[in-house]
Design a protein around this ligand. Structure first.
Ligand code: DQA
Length: 159
């Protein structure tokens, strides 16, 4: 199983930016914990962070045919980016959206979410622990998809 973690703008500033909202953990620390959990579950995992919308779109497109599950925190682009939404929809890969803060309890503009309708699930407001929950979720969803594909393949062989 191959997983891709995509982090949007300003998430490279975790540990520095608004610690009262996002906490003290740095992105490298969060990624190290995700890598450990991936290893424990025999999953391959890659990490990508960009402050640029087009680079995020490119990366999602590159997942097509290569990656089984995506975890994305599109950060501020969550609230604006039809391009990222369309890219997620286009590749059709199970995608879990994470937000460190509870975007539903903050400013009104953060309640607008372009990404959620094309994601398998959204995890918000658990702090960095949300990434761990997303790992559990994405591994589960991808395992179910792969099991269904194997079942279908063996049925076709029998027919
Ligand atoms: C965020 C929430 C967004 O509204 C914000 O723009 C971010 C981080 C979060 O993880 O809570 O950059 O995605």
């Amino acid at each position: 199983m191959k997983l891709m973690v995509i982090q949007g703008p300003n998430l490279n500033m975790l540990g520095v930016r608004e610690q009262h909202i996002y906490g003290p953990a740095k992105l490298e620390h969060i990624h190290a914990q995700m890598k450990e959990f991936a290893d424990q579950n025999s999953a391959e995992i890659e990490f990508f962070q960009s402050n640029l919308e087009g680079e995020i779109v490119d990366r999602i497109q590159e997942c097509y045919g290569e990656i089984d599950g995506i975890i994305i925190n599109a950060a501020a682009y969550t609230h604006t980016s039809i391009a990222i939404r369309d890219a997620i929809s286009a590749v059709g890969i199970p995608t879990i959206e994470v937000h460190i803060s509870n975007i539903n309890r903050r400013e009104d503009f953060r309640k607008e979410n372009m990404i959620a309708p094309v994601c398998t699930s959204s995890i918000v407001g658990f702090g960095p622990f949300g990434y761990h929950l997303a790992m559990i979720g994405v591994i589960r969803v991808v395992s179910e998809v792969q099991a269904a594909q194997q079942e279908q393949a063996s049925q076709q062989e029998e027919a």
